[in-house]
Design a protein around this ligand. Structure first.
Ligand code: HEC
Length: 168
């Protein structure tokens, strides 16, 4: 059901130069062991009626704030140095998102010298990239507010397995 972007050795298909189609509606239409997908099969969030977020959204909140926040600002809101990723995920597809993070990107001209580092060999990022993407999607629609989500679902067994396989 989920698109296989991250496979062993982090083979990343998108080069991230020319952006392809925009992302679909982030509404979740399917789930498998606590991980949700939109109509395109791309990973997305789920927030229960009492505000409980799915595990991936919570995990993404933590990973975002340990690896991305320094440049992209708290809660995905952007900074003077790097764009607001809550806006980026409305515009660029899941595949392109993965491609930029894995390969990095530079905008260097007379006015700007902004560099997005390549994280393709950083397991602390690559093993949790779906989580970060899911968290940012939840922020992009205001399904969750700023700060740490107060209530979260239990960690799914498939998350534990995938984490073990990825982190080695
Ligand atoms: C050292 C600073 C820095 C860090 C750390 C960083 N980024 Fe970036 N990122 C940037 C800059 C600067 C850009 C804009 C580059 C450009 O304009 O080409 C960018 C661009 C991006 C883009 C493309 C946005 C768009 O709208 O096209 C994505 C996606 C992205 N970063 C994701 C991440 C994620 C996820 C993390 C954490 C794992 C992260 N970045 C960590 C500096 C950083």
């Amino acid at each position: 059901m989920f698109r296989g972007i991250l496979v062993a050795g982090f083979l990343v298909l998108a080069s991230g130069v020319a952006f392809s189609e925009p992302p679909g509606d982030p509404k979740s239409v399917a789930s498998e062991d606590g991980k949700y997908a939109d109509a395109n099969g791309d990973p997305t969030y789920n927030v229960g009626p009492d505000g409980t977020v799915d595990w991936y959204t919570f995990s993404g909140y933590r990973r975002y704030h340990s690896d991305c926040h320094v440049c992209h600002g708290p809660d995905g809101l952007g900074s003077s140095y790097a764009p607001a990723l809550t806006e980026s995920v409305k515009r660029i597809s899941y595949v392109d998102f993965i491609g930029v993070v894995a390969n990095g990107r530079k905008e260097v001209n007379a006015a700007k010298q902004n560099v997005m580092p390549a994280f393709g060999t950083n397991k602390n990022v690559m093993c949790y990239l779906d989580d970060i993407y899911i968290y940012l999607r939840a922020r992009s629609t205001d399904a969750i507010g700023r700060g740490r989500p107060a209530k979260k679902a239990a960690k799914p067994a498939s998350f534990i397995e995938a984490e073990k396989a990825c982190m080695g």
